[in-house]
Design a protein around this ligand. Sequence first.
Ligand code: PRX
Length: 646
Amino acid sequence: MTEQESYPVPAEWAARTQVDAAGYASLYGRALGDPGRFWLEQAKRLDWIKRPEIAGDWSFNEDDFRIAWFPDGRLNVAANCVDRHLKTRGDQTAIIWEPDDPADAARRFTYAELHAEMGRFANVLKAAGVRKGDRVTIYMPMIPEAAFAMLACARIGAIHSVVFGGFSPEALAGRIRDCDSSIVITADEGRRGGRPVPLKANVDAAAGHAPSLKTVIVVKVTGANVAMQDGRDHWYEDLASRAGTDCPVEPMGAEDPLFVLYTSGSTGKPKGVLHTSGGYLLWAALTHELTFDYRAPSIYWCAADIGWVTGHSYILYGPLANGGTTLMYEGVPNWPTASRIWEVVDRHKVEILYTAPTALRALMREGDAPVQRTSRASLKLLGSVGEPINPEAWRWYHHVVGEDRCPIIDTWWQTETGGTLIAPLPGATALKPGSATLPLPGVDPQIVDAVGNVLTGEAEGNLVIARSWPGQMRTVWGDHARFFQTYFSTYKGKYFTGDGCRRDADGYYWITGRVDDVINVSGHRMGTAEVESALVLHPKVAEAAVVGFPHDIKGQGIYAYVTLNANEEPSDALRKELVAWVRTEIGPIASPDAIQFAPALPKTRSGKIMRRILRKIAEGDTSNLGDVSTLADPSVVEHLVANRAA
Ligand code: PRX
């Protein structure tokens, strides 16, 4: 009964907070009561070239569908994240970089140094022909140059599209093609957990399937011997040695695009989520300040990768807009030992740590000793993101890691939302393990049933957001119709999140997981259709159906049912081959955890695969499969149950 388990705001937090319970209630009331006034007031936290006079201008209805925030304002995101701090914080550390190998030295960049590095990178991009509005693909390890490159794009008005370094050449090529980018910034190799990641070689492999690609800029990281194609490939070092550090900022409309970031949906093709400049930055900055009660120059570490939205909003844009000190970590949580995260905390005196439940579950399995070997005395607050945090992991995080003194801030949001929508405020909200608690100011969540009736009080159903907020995505790159169709057509006039949700008697929200064909594997979002598309590309596969199933560490694992072509025989070797195939097509994060060969899949008479049954079998819950009488051939189910993959 976790709903009854509640942790009040600790006394010291109540005393030091910027926003207490009354403060939260007032902010929340004002944001929904007089949004125009509230948001123009909030907009003052940014530095505008032209201050906006209009706040939100939006409608979720089909006939006048539009989403804009501060449309008459002009600003530059990079200037907000760096230049404006120069006077007051020029010598303050902006970025701390912690290398993969603890034997290597950490690096630090002050705001003044970051300004110079960003300017240099911007000049390199300009010399390479990049102009305002051009798309720049960034396929980089977690090194400071990744941050310089993103800020450089923002400075000159180019649109970055960061592709996670764990994606395969195939996946990279698809993302280059979709946004028609002509330039990729990469590294010779990345380093993760002591192992090299062949980034440049992957770009070379992708280039054959990405005809728009004309220029590759390569940052030297490991010094590995990589092939450089004349005319196309350039070492960043060489270009940078000819570039100055002064680069004027491009004035941007608040609604000009800042970045595209690809994310999985219920169809096979990832969507390019587009975020714009003013509203996005405001949301990243405001939510970073509120949810972590952030005050510069507190040392703050978001242990995500820059390739995901969490890295965009909460390693880079939010913390830097707030003049903070943000830590970037090149490596993985459990290398060289299960103490690494806590050692990094001690080494840099981290006060705020923000990570994903999957990492916590993996570390929890190693026992308490690797944590207890370290001090962690600097920690004040612990954040969680990316997937529901199970109460057991929550309690471990709170008790063992935080020694009962750090609030656990469970932040619910999505690539589409730009930043957190539902989360506790450390000085205002009593916590319940497993609940993201209450909506942030301006966020109007509702729980609806299958046909869209709004459920009040204690309720369980689908989570929608009834009003726009500044950080909301603006479109799907190149497909505005798909944007409307995906998010606004299921429940008229509302943004549909794709998540199921319960609200308890205290009004707390409990996210129950995706209700569409999206699964969450180790906090990474994966479309089941994407994995299916990859599998059916294999010459021996006739058909595939993929579902999620509960997994102790990953949260959800990937379970694939595969029907082979006639005359093909199932075998362990083929199973391994298919796993390797999916890794090559998408990347290691999409590796199926289980493959079951199935002579046939359960289908209705109209040919629709009954996923409900496949999910139950994958979960091992075969005692009650529900009504199977509508199946074209009910005997298929018996075969599936009898041959469940272990
Ligand atoms: O299902 C929700 C889950 O992750 C999805 C969004 O994934 P993505 O766009 O990759 O963004 C990850 C970074 C925010 C959501 O639809 N999710 C994310 N955070 C939480 C969560 N589920 C429960 N609790 C959370 N705190």
